[in-house]
Structures are given as structure tokens and as C-alpha cells.
Ligand binder design. Structure first.
Ligand SMILES: Cc1ncc(COP(=O)(O)O)c(C=O)c1O
Length: 481
């Protein structure tokens, strides 16, 4: 079976490479023609005509308005990838999706730890996270960074509760649960807060330093205080590349504070992809101390959504938390193979490892690095443009593809007034539909965020974005004189 699948992959790849130069639009059109025909052959003529109209509406929309949406969306929350080689593996992925247990698609299980080992090595994760055919360290593909946080938080919760039940026999699980505290920085992603809501555990938001980084001392102070109050620290989520301003928590210090009783998870959803370039790896110094590490190749490494890579040092922690083994899912290879159904919430899963397989095989690491560096270069270009205009300021150091900036008003000290003008500027930019960016607020100061790295983002697009922003800045400032 594996050889049949491999043969399909290889022949498909040859086909894909032959088509690599084709434009995305033509794929979209072909695909819609295909949908059109399929629909027409399956339903009554009247219904087919109705649906046909809907589909052609979608097509014309896609070539007009929706295409514009793709263009204006260039600089928004974080980069996303929707182009080749998704088309390479889209059909294979669907074809082979029926995967619930190892036996239903051995290749789906077998390829996943292999490509995640490649990726772990590519970003410089320590050996302890590499599966290498035996574990216990290993990677698993989750749908999103939010899911990775929820999975690790729930696993940490279960692990801690089991220990506490032994330590405090007779105490109810409800009472023990009410003592658990998770920690994260004030500026971590909202998904951490949400994970705590799902797990029904208290979340303590740790104050950050002047670089918007969570540091060891502040975390320790928060934990010490909670311990004094009878609470039990059990989980820390540190962020590498915050959504607000791409700041980096200090993993080397935080790792020292987290003992064996505390699960340290790293959410590097956005910035993790940049670690394929050695020059960015200093941001993850201390990573050998973390329990789990996650990032989204779908944000910066040209892998199509959905794809979030999660590595754990000890996969047994995940399996022990989520293993439920009904008779109808048992199979002969249970003792010798990975059963990813115990590593995630859904049972069925798609052959998502193919997406990474194609990206790494088609582009290669050097081209992937080149893209990360180009994104950073485009951000630097934008930063330089902003710095030439003294009506603006750059709010945070620009390390990757995110530039945070805002209008400053000469002689104006009222922060709320400056915030309002920047919000007004953002509204006008978004309303213009020429470009799409979003804003954020750090330490009561509202700023605008421009993110490079989406499909089609080049120097010309960055210059266009800057001209658009300047144009609207002129009108905002004129009206607020
Ligand atoms: C730091 C960080 N964590 C988590 C997330 C959530 O990612 P996902 O959509 O994969 O859940 C984001 C997305 O913006 C992010 O920037």
C-alpha cells in the first residue's frame, strides 16, 4: 500500500512541477469549471441552473471583488499562504483523508513524524523533540496554534491532577482543579485565555518588561505569591513573536523557573518559521528546557492553512491524557506504531503531512530561508519609509515581518487623543479597501501593524502601502488641526 501511495505522490509531483509556473488564477478557474460540471451532472436541470448561477457568481466575484480582497489583505494580522504547492497535494490530501486509525492509512501516520523531524531539525529544535523512529519526543500536526495550546494545557492538567490525587487522597477532583494556575504574559495571544476557559483553570497574566517580554523574575514572583496563597502552578505558556508587536519572552529565564511540576509550552505561532534561518535562533535560547513547542508553518513557511506543528518532549504525557480505546478502533499494530488519534481532539484526520512534504521537496530549505529573509527585508524597507516621515514613529524593534507604527502629533501629550487619531487613520485606510491592516494596543498606546509575507507581497506593494497610509494621514491630520 505504501508503495502505491509513494508512486502516486511521485507522479503527482512530476505533474505539479510541470505546472509550477502556471498562475493561481487559472487553477481557480479550472477548479470552478470542474465543480460546475460535477454539480451539473448530479442534480436536476433546474437545480443545476440555479447552482450554476451561484457558482458563476462566485467565479466572477472571485475574479473581481474577491481577488481584490486577496490584494488588499496583504498586510493584515499575520501572513497566510494560499498558493502553490497546495494545489499539488490538494487532491491527494483529499483522496487519502480517511484516516482514523493506523490501519486505514499507514502512510498518513508514517510520513507525519518523518516530515516533522525534518522540520524540527530545520528550525534547530534540540534532539529531545525528534522522534527518529522511537520517541518519546515527537511532533504532531494540529489544525491551529490554539488547538496546540488547548491540547498541551489539558495534558498538563491531567498529569498534575493525577499526581495531586496521590498526594492528597480524599480530596475531590473539583477542589484540586480549583487550585491550579496557568501563567502567560499580558501580551500572549487570546487563545491562551480561551484554552484556560475550556480547561476551567485560573490564568495569571504576568507583567512584562520594557521590551514586552515575560521574564523569569516576574514569573517567579507571581508563582511564589500564588503558592503562598495555596494555589498550584502547573502550566506556563511563553510566546515567541507576540501578535501585538512580535516581542519575545525570555525562554532561558522562564525555563529556569519552571521545575518538573510545571509544563512549559512555547507558542511561536508566527515567529517559529523564522528559526529555519540561524540568525533568528537566539530568540529561542533555552528551548531545551521547554516541554512543548508549537508554530504555524501555514503563517510563514508557505504551507497552506491548516497546519500547526506541535512537538512534545514526552509524547506519553499527551497519550495518557487523551487515550480512549473502544473495541471498534483497535488494530494489530497498536503496540508498535504511533496512534495520532490519541494526540488530538478529533478522531479522523487528513493527510496534512503531505503539504509540508511538498513544500520542503519542491522549494527546499534554502528557498524557504530566502522567503523569510525577503519578508524581513520588506519590513525593513517599510520601516525605513516610516522613519523618513517625522509625523510617524516606529513603536517596537522590527525583527521579522511585522512593523508597528503610529502617528505622533508634535506638542500633543494627550495619549487618548493620539490613540483616537490613529484609530481614525486605521479606519480610513481599511475603508479605502486599497490595503488592509489592523491595529493593536500595547501599554495603552494604540498602533497600526503592517505585516509583510503574504502571497504577492514585494517591495512595490510595500511602497504602495506606504503611499496609501501617507495619503490618509494627510487628510486625518488636516481635519484634526
Ligand atoms: C502568537 C499567536 N498565537 C496563537 C495564534 C492563533 O493561531 P491559530 O489561528 O493557529 O489558532 C496566533 C495567530 O494570530 C498568534 O499570533
Amino acid at each position: 500500500m505504501n508503495s502505491v501511495i509513494c508512486a502516486s505522490i511521485v507522479s503527482y509531483m512530476v505533474w505539479t512541477q510541470a505546472n509550477l509556473t502556471a498562475r493561481t488564477d487559472s487553477y481557480a478557474a479550472d477548479e470552478n469549471d470542474e465543480i460546475h460540471e460535477t454539480v451539473a451532472s448530479c442534480v436536476s436541470p433546474r437545480r443545476a441552473r440555479q447552482m450554476g448561477r451561484t457558482i458563476s457568481g462566485f467565479r466572477s466575484n472571485r475574479n473581481g471583488r474577491s481577488h481584490a480582497l486577496a490584494v488588499v489583505a496583504l498586510f493584515c494580522v499575520l501572513p497566510g499562504w494560499y498558493k502553490l504547492p497546495e494545489h499539488s497535494c490538494r487532491y491527494l490530501d483529499r483522496l487519502l483523508f480517511v484516516h482514523r486509525i493506523f490501519t486505514s492509512s499507514p502512510a498518513c501516520t508514517e510520513l507525519e513524524p518523518i516530515v516533522l523531524d525534518w522540520l524540527a531539525k530545520a528550525i534547530g529544535l534540540p534532539k529531545i523533540f525528534i522522534y527518529d523512529g522511537k520517541g518519546p519526543g515527537c511532533g504532531v500536526i494540529q489544525g491551529s496554534a490554539s488547538e496546540a495550546t488547548i491540547m498541551t494545557l489539558l495534558a498538563a492538567r491531567t498529569k498534575t491532577l493525577r499526581k495531586l490525587e496521590v498526594k492528597y487522597p480524599g480530596q475531590s477532583q473539583h477542589m484540586l482543579l480549583s487550585k491550579l494556575v496557568a501563567y502567560t504574559s499580558e501580551y500572549s495571544h487570546s487563545s491562551v485565555e480561551r484554552a484556560c476557559l475550556v480547561a476551567m483553570v485560573k490564568l495569571n497574566k504576568v507583567l512584562v518588561d520594557e521590551n514586552i517580554a515575560m521574564r523569569g523574575a516576574a514569573l517567579k514572583a507571581a508563582m511564589d505569591k500564588d503558592r503562598k496563597d495555596g494555589m498550584i502552578p502547573f502550566y506556563v505558556c511563553a510566546t515567541l513573536g507576540t501578535t501585538d508587536c512580535a516581542s519575545f519572552d525570555n525562554i532561558a529565564e522562564i525555563g529556569q523557573v519552571c521545575d518538573d511540576e510545571v509544563w512549559l509550552h512555547v507558542d511561536a505561532a508566527y515567529a517559529g518559521g523564522s528559526f529555519i534561518c540561524p540568525e533568528y535562533r537566539h530568540f529561542m535560547e533555552g528551548v531545551e528546557m521547554v516541554t512543548s513547542f508549537n508554530f504555524n508553518p501555514s503563517k510563514s513557511l508557505m504551507v497552506n492553512f491548516d497546519f500547526s506543528a506541535l512537538w512534545v518532549k514526552n509524547s506519553v504525557d499527551l497519550i495518557n491524557s487523551f487515550k480512549v480505546d473502544p473495541v471498534f478502533l483497535r488494530h494489530d499494530n497498536q503496540a508498535t506504531t504511533i496512534d495520532y488519534r490519541h494526540w488530538q481532539l478529533p478522531l479522523g484526520r487528513r493527510f496534512r503531512s503531505l503539504k509540508l512534504w511538498f513544500v520542503m521537496r519542491i522549494f527546499g530549505l534554502e528557498n524557504m530561508r530566502k522567503r523569510i529573509r525577503e519578508d524581513a527585508q520588506h519590513a525593513k524597507t517599510f520601516e525605513k519609509l516610516v522613519r523618513t516621515d517625522d509625523r510617524f514613529e516606529i513603536c517596537f524593534p522590527v525583527h521579522l515581518g511585522l512593523v508597528c507604527f503610529r502617528l505622533v502629533l508634535a506638542g500633543e501629550c494627550d495619549n487618548e487623543k493620539i490613540n483616537k487619531i490613529n484609530q481614525d487613520l486605521l479606519n480610513r485606510i481599511v475603508d479605502s479597501k486599497d490595503i488592509y491592516i489592523v491595529g493593536s494596543r500595547v501599554r495603552q498606546r494604540f498602533h497600526l501593524r503592517l505585516v509583510t509575507g503574504s502571497v504577492g507581497c514585494d517591495e512595490k506593494a510595500v511602497k504602495f502601502a506606504w503611499k496609501t497610509i501617507q495619503r490618509h494621514a494627510c487628510s486625518v491630520l488636516r481635519e484634526n488641526k
